[in-house]
Design a protein around this ligand. Structure first.
Ligand code: HSE
Length: 305
């Protein structure tokens, strides 16, 4: 019997101005183990985050991900044991659903020897996730810019200096991405579009080349964060406190509720504690993580037993 284990990094996306097109893979990992078993049953076990909340039946989002690959090779989805070990907090803007979907697609591709390439995996995962930024960062690792040309993904993986730390403060407040997208306007003004474009042009090379003094400006945004303060009223105060504590840049992680700050190792604890305190002072419990950028993206380990 073969057991496939896929390790998938968390991600932080948008990075302020790069709504739906920028992502960073982070050193916090979920694993998905898949092995064939006798009979028709598909058994799902969950460990860690969401152990008591995530369904273990076909409502689990890993099912459509696995099924896409099984359908592709003309096999029925049956006789499987799946174990999800979740370390990425749920609904905190750290790409937990993208990680589960990628885990399912990559594991099934290996198990069935479907040989899906990066492009196909990305397309499949995005078709389930609805936006490409988390999926691309977690699949490819590092700092990723991604878009779609009709149905084809186009991406660039950029270098990031080793010294960068990403401090993530995680409030005790869940925000469903679906809900966070509903608060966004259908139209924005020309001046707001220019505001974001001009920051994006500075952000990409500055983050990639470590021109740290540009990041406070370059992570600013007028496309999504101002609208999402209705879901996270502490956001502005947390941003201000993080910058005062020495953060190089600060932004809502994905659709939230997590907030991410760029820092070096020496200031990271202080920034984490400071952001946590702001949430606490507003009556919201919070913890924080100090993470590095994951460079490798999704990886697979295969064992025969
Ligand atoms: N770019 C997406 C959004 C990320 O902001 O809605 C969701 O994690």
């Amino acid at each position: 019997m073969r057991k496939i284990t896929v390790t998938i990094p968390a991600s932080t996306t948008n990075i302020g101005c790069g709504f739906d097109c920028l992502g960073l893979a982070l050193s916090l990992y979920n694993t998905v183990e898949v092995e064939k078993i006798k009979g028709d049953e598909v058994i799902v076990e969950i460990e860690g985050e969401g152990r008591k909340l995530i369904p273990t039946n076909e409502e689990n989002i890993i099912f459509p991900a696995l099924k896409m690959v099984f359908d592709r090779v003309g096999e029925k989805l049956k006789g499987l044991r799946i174990k999800e070990v979740n370390r990425i907090p749920l609904e905190k803007g750290l790409g937990s659903s993208a990680a589960t979907r990628l885990g399912g697609i990559v594991a099934a591709s290996c198990l069935l020897k479907a040989n899906l390439d990066t492009r196909e995996i990305l397309k499949m995962a995005v078709s389930l996730e609805g936006h490409p930024d988390n999926v691309a960062a977690s699949l490819l690792g590092g700092f990723v810019a991604v878009t779609f040309c009709e149905t084809d993904p186009v991406w660039v993986k950029l270098p990031v200096p080793e010294t960068l730390r990403v401090v993530i403060v995680i409030p005790d407040k869940k925000i469903l991405t679906r809900r966070a997208r509903r608060v966004l306007p259908e139209k924005i003004s020309f001046s707001d579009a220019v505001f974001n474009l001009s920051r994006l042009a500075i952000l990409v090379p500055s983050l990639s080349q470590g021109i740290w003094e540009n990041l406070a400006l370059a992570t600013q945004d007028k496309l999504h964060q101002p609208y999402r303060t209705s879901l996270l009223p502490e956001m502005e105060d947390v941003f201000e406190a993080a910058l005062d504590a020495g953060a190089k840049g600060v932004f809502l992680s994905g659709a939230g509720s997590g907030v991410a700050a760029f820092s070096f190792e020496d200031k990271a604890e202080k920034i984490g504690r400071t952001m946590q305190k702001v949430f606490l002072s507003r009556g919201t419990k919070a913890n924080y993580l100090i993470l590095c950028v994951d460079k490798k993206g999704c990886r697979v380990d295969e064992k025969k037993h």
